[in-house]
Design a protein around this ligand. Structure first.
Ligand code: NI
Length: 169
């Protein structure tokens, strides 16, 4: 946070066949897994393109975590399916060690492409919808602290949640 690149509107991908795109996604996967994140957007590793990846596996460590299928989403388009919002705690690999309470739409449809230019079109809700909104915000220069409505709900993870080892996202 503080890097002007994270405040840019990222450019759409035009060339799905380029080696550069494959290398970018490999770098993003390595970064997300090394930092134990739920998702990552290309601008977070310094590339201003409309590419996000996300996914949360079911693990015995987090029995209550909702599973989100591992997805590479290029040139995403979001459509909110109704007005309903829900608040939830978020973190971000670009804002390490912090958590904030962020309102998000509860249900949405997302469309875009995978790495082979196959279309993706899903209607999702709850945590899956939250992760997608968080990652796609990065493509429009929005970091989650900008969406916190009451800044008294923003702080250090270890102070807010001393007994848990939360996943970074
Ligand atoms: Ni983030």
């Amino acid at each position: 946070m503080g890097d002007p690149l994270l405040l840019n509107v990222a450019a759409p991908v035009h060339d799905f066949k380029s080696q550069g795109l494959r290398d970018l996604i490999e770098d993003m996967q390595d970064t997300m897994h090394a930092l134990n994140g739920a998702g990552l957007a290309a601008p977070q590793i310094g590339v201003s393109l409309r590419v996000v990846i996300f996914g949360v596996e079911k693990t015995p460590r987090y029995p209550n975590a909702e599973e989100v299928p591992y997805t590479i989403l290029i040139n995403p388009k979001l459509t909110f399916l109704d007005e309903e919002m829900e608040e939830g705690w978020e973190g971000c690999l670009s804002v390490p060690g912090m958590r904030g309470l962020v309102p998000r739409f509860k249900k949405l449809r997302y469309q875009g492409y995978d790495l082979n230019h196959n279309p993706i079109d899903r209607a999702v809700s709850d945590f899956h919808a939250r992760v997608v909104q968080h990652e796609c915000d990065h493509l429009d220069g929005v970091l989650y602290p900008m969406r916190i409505e009451d800044l008294s709900n923003f702080g250090f993870s270890e102070v807010l949640f001393p007994d848990s080892d939360l996943q970074d996202d």
